[in-house]
Design a protein around this ligand. Structure first.
Ligand code: ATP
Length: 230
């Protein structure tokens, strides 16, 4: 279980994340919603340790998160970071190696994921040959290959066609069934409401609502409209 407590990050005069606290529980799909500039990406970067925090604590299973823990989290960053010239399979094998996955088993598991996303026949193509939607799928696979202990996904659904959204949803659900916590950000409130167990809504660096979908719906739809302004 991930617990964010009073996370704060400033950039000069801007307080991008201002005392953010919420939980991402084991086996639950937690949606992270907010308008442009609300502070979602900055929060996720702090959870992953790619950005230092000014204040606050991140707990993993009750203890302060360590770099070792963070390495076990699957992460899909907002900036997609694939090497365009590298073949898809080699790119994923390289990313797998960073998580300690080597050899034939690693390649087999990557091929299984490529098959699930309908990309097995593209394994030898260079990343740049793939459509943006397919590059997005490769990026998702990159977050999934090393049997992550948690999943932190920044806008995983953006640019995906409805079929890919469905297969992505199935895969996220499988991970929650295995008991791991999953946090993903999105601008699409309707999608988040449909998919998630819980959601956290951010605006201007702060959490403005957090709870189960039905709890928040009981608060009334105007609240969403209000808060999604960013
Ligand atoms: P989006 O959905 O548009 O990605 P977001 O909710 O992920 O938005 P962030 O990207 O976390 O929001 O940005 C929060 C605020 O912090 C914005 O005002 C942004 O301009 C600012 N910000 C983020 N990163 C930096 C940075 N490296 N330097 C300066 N300001 C930054």
């Amino acid at each position: 279980m991930l617990q964010l407590r009073d996370l704060t990050r400033r950039f000069g005069d801007i307080t991008a994340v201002d005392g953010v606290s919420f939980d991402v529980s084991d086996g639950q799909l937690t949606g992270f919603v907010g308008g442009n500039g609300a502070g979602k990406t900055t929060t996720m970067r702090m959870v992953m340790g790619v950005l230092a925090r000014d204040e606050g604590t991140i707990l993993w299973n009750g203890a302060p998160v360590t770099v070792h823990d963070q390495r076990r989290f699957g992460y899909m960053p907002e900036e997609r970071g694939l090497y365009p010239k590298q073949p898809v399979l080699d790119q994923l094998a390289y990313l797998g190696e960073l998580h300690g996955m080597t050899g034939r088993d690693a390649r087999r598991s990557i091929m299984e994921q490529l098959e699930r996303f309908g990309l097995a026949d593209r394994a030898k193509d260079r990343v740049e040959k793939l459509s943006l939607g397919n590059q997005q799928r490769v990026q998702i696979i990159a977050a999934l290959i090393a049997e992550p202990a948690a999943l932190i996904l920044d806008e995983p659904f953006s640019g995906l066609d409805p079929d890919a959204v469905d297969s992505m949803t199935d895969i996220l659900r499988e991970h929650t069934v295995r008991g791991i916590p999953v946090l993903f950000s999105s601008h699409q409130l309707d999608l988040v409401q449909r998919l998630c167990d819980r959601l956290t809504i951010m605006a201007r660096g702060r959490v403005v609502a957090s709870g189960t979908v039905s709890e928040l719906q009981a608060g009334g739809p105007t609240r969403y409209k209000l808060t999604l302004g960013g």
